[in-house]
Design a protein around this ligand. Structure first.
Ligand code: ZN
Length: 205
């Protein structure tokens, strides 16, 4: 990947792109929300809160600064013809829903069948994290992970399953703790071959 793309990615860091709000503006917005709850943002316990919230947001939404395709670009080709399923199970992630900015806490199972080259397994977890650290809906995140792996690695097939609880549903609204949402995206042989899909679903239980 070219230097130009790296430069563009860095430019997407919060507050660093022309026209993006400054850190001071974000902190002022947090102070407004604190005041709106009925609290006094100037009292001792809250005085540092806007700065802390802004730093937390930087961490929660760090995924906008990274290019997931780039993470997958370094692959290994000396795999002795290995062409069986590779599954990274139970990848814990934290995300935020784009409707309420409330936490989505979940786990992802990511599988693919290589077509001549494989990627370091930690890279699969990093791709999950990059998409998680953006404002998300779970269905979109599931598709983005599968599509990116499919696009960059060109494997025989990809499967992604995500199970997550949505705090906008467990701590507010309908208040249904204990319920989780399961989404999946199957591409290539995971979509076309029932046995492959079954094998993955069996591993992902
Ligand atoms: Zn929500």
């Amino acid at each position: 990947m070219s230097q130009t793309v790296h430069a563009l990615d860095r430019a997407r860091a919060p507050g660093r792109e022309a026209g993006q709000p400054s850190r001071a503006e974000v902190e002022a917005a947090v102070r407004t929300m604190i005041r709106w709850t009925g609290e006094d943002p100037e009292r001792d316990g809250l005085i540092e809160t806007p700065a802390r919230v802004t730093r937390a947001f930087e961490e929660f939404f760090a995924g906008y600064r990274e290019n997931p395709s780039e993470i997958l670009e370094k692959t290994f080709e000396e795999i002795e013809g290995y062409d069986e399923m590779i599954v990274l199970r139970d990848i814990r992630f934290e995300s935020h829903c784009e409707h309420h900015m409330a936490p989505i806490i979940g786990r992802a199972w990511v599988a693919y069948i290589p077509n001549g080259r494989v990627v370091g397994i930690s890279k699969l977890a990093r791709v999950v994290d990059v998409y998680a650290r953006r404002l998300q809906i779970q269905e979109k995140m599931t598709a983005q992970i599968a599509n990116t792996i499919d696009h960059v690695l060109r494997p025989q097939g990809v499967g992604v399953i995500i199970k997550a609880t949505h705090h906008c549903m467990t701590t507010r609204g309908v208040h249904k703790p204990g319920s989780d949402l399961v989404t999946s995206r199957m591409l290539g042989c995971f979509r076309d071959n029932a046995l492959t899909r079954q094998e993955f679903l069996g591993v992902a239980k």
